[in-house]
Design a protein around this ligand. Structure first.
Ligand code: AMP
Ligand code: MG
Length: 475
């Protein structure tokens, strides 16, 4: 059990050379206010059950000090919207360190902690709105079964922060397997510090892939692991209708967790060209571009590692991205359709359903959920009925009982997702100090696959007013 003051940080990252970061304290709020504490995550991290969240808040706000932490802001770079940006780094984040848990190492990172040498023109703060969005999204993804960073605690303040309007500053503690991004490698490679690339490669292998340590080509093996987890992660996003919004290489975790999502959005109607980030004028990060952007990012990573990975294998790994992606995607879609047998045309069957959904502007989540109900009346038109016939024909290949199939489908097709309008309503109230909607939404997102009569409204398609909501990068 972890006691707060002597919390057992292991600081692997802080032991790297000084070129990797800037060690520093952070800037507390004058009047911090506890908004939410993630008990479940705290337990997973091994924190004591009697932990007082108000006490934790004082450590996170910087009023009390962790004895064993070496706080630092990380240096990294990245490709933002396809353009090279040589210096990014934690402009408003502080990495407190690593904690060893039974699920492996976990990073604790404060977001919204004030200025660092990497703040550029920013104020180092995060607003309540974006902090709530990040909190909710981490929970939503995790409980859907999609690897994601999560948040341990959210703190509000009365510190004004200036965005399009004046908002209030907030902080959260982000918990992720790592905060090492594709952009970390790019930073060293393209800033004439390439001697640090193998140091970082060794660091990642030692701490996250020890099984590769004695391999004959461990750096290329590591690259393969990163490409594969990335492909599988993005397949999950596609299958659950998640749009990340800013898939810059500095927002890509090397361990395949959904990470640094700002203007994200879940699909309501099935619209493959959906652009959740209002600042993304070209649609670079549109929903249906995500798989190829994932690959683009892997190319950028390969370029950063080029002196250390074997070229022919690298080409093969990159070429296999599509296969890994489609394998994962097809597996998930089979479950969504309740299929246990493997047949060559399964993905085609899904694609036909998606085409129908697009044409008829069907709600992505609810259509799949309805499909698991025997007596659904989803398909009233000719094309829909035709699809249903094909699906029923395909079901004849199944050895599974209908009950079993229904069960698989209910566990694979969520009833509740983080719809943008739900987040928006929770935020609006929270900005007026009423957190009840936020807390309800957090509860709903914990059990996305279970029916819950008390929360029926949360599964409703968005009301008309919410269709005009615009989510930008501003956070
Ligand atoms: P993001 O869009 O949150 O992934 O951030 C991109 C880069 O801008 C990162 O280096 C951030 O640390 C930095 N950044 C974003 N917002 C701020 C802010 N308010 N103050 C300082 N740096 C920021
Ligand atoms: Mg970022």
């Amino acid at each position: 059990m972890q006691d707060l003051e002597s919390l057992n940080f292991s600081n692997q990252f802080a032991d790297l050379p000084e070129d990797f970061f800037h060690k520093q304290e952070w800037t507390p709020f004058d009047n911090p206010k506890l908004i939410h504490f993630n008990e479940e995550l705290a337990e997973l991290l091994g924190f004591s059950k009697n932990l007082n969240p108000e006490d934790l808040m004082l450590y996170i706000n910087g009023n009390k000090a962790f004895k064993n932490s070496t706080p630092l802001a990380m240096a990294y770079a990245g490709h933002q919207f396809g353009s090279w940006v040589p210096q990014l780094g934690d402009g408003r984040g502080i990495l407190l360190g690593q904690i060893q848990t039974k699920h492996g190492l976990m990073d604790l990172h404060i977001k919204g902690a004030g200025k660092t040498p990497y703040s550029r023109f920013g104020d180092g703060r995060a607003v309540l709105r974006s902090t709530i969005r990040e909190y909710l999204c981490g929970e939503a993804m995790h409980h859907l079964g999609i690897p994601s960073s999560r948040s341990l605690i959210m703190i509000g303040s009365d510190e004004p922060v200036f965005r399009e309007t004046t908002e209030f500053g907030a902080m959260m503690v982000r918990v992720a397997k790592t905060h090492i991004r594709f952009g970390h490698f790019e930073y060293f490679m393209h800033n004439k510090k390439s001697e640090f690339v193998p140091i970082l490669l060794d660091h990642v292998i030692d701490n996250y892939f020890p099984k590769l340590k004695n391999a004959s080509d461990s750096y290329t093996d590591l690259f393969e692991e990163i490409v594969n987890v990335t492909a599988r992660l993005i397949a999950k996003w596609q299958a659950f209708g998640f749009a990340h919004g800013v898939m810059n290489t500095d927002n890509m975790s090397i361990l395949g967790e959904t990470f640094d999502f700002g203007p994200f959005g879940f699909l309501d109607d099935y619209d493959p060209g959906f652009i959740c980030n209002h600042s993304d004028h070209q649609g670079r990060y549109a929903f249906n571009n995500q798989p190829s952007i994932g690959l683009w990012n892997c190319h950028a990573l390969a370029a950063a590692l080029k002196d250390h990975i074997e070229i022919e294998r690298t080409k093969e790994i990159i070429n296999a991205y599509e296969k890994v992606f489609y394998e994962e995607l097809t597996n998930i879609f089979r479950k969504k359709l309740g299929l246990s047998e493997i047949k060559p045309n399964d993905l085609k069957l899904v694609e036909e359903l998606l085409t129908w959904m697009k044409k008829n502007k069907k709600d992505y989540t609810n259509t799949f959920r309805e499909l698991s109900k025997e007596d659904n009346d989803l398909f009233e038109d000719q094309e829909g009925k035709l699809w249903l016939e094909k699906y029923q024909e395909r079901l004849k290949d199944e050895k599974n009982t209908p009950e079993n199939r229904k069960q698989i489908m209910e566990q694979s097709n969520p009833k509740f997702i983080l719809r943008n309008y739900l987040a928006q309503e929770a935020i609006q109230d929270a900005e007026n100090s009423d957190f009840s909607k936020l807390y309800n939404l957090i509860e709903v997102l914990k059990k996305p696959y279970e029916e819950n009569v008390n929360f029926e409204d949360y599964a409703k398609v968005p009301p008309d007013w919410s269709k005009k909501l615009e989510i930008s990068c501003s956070s």
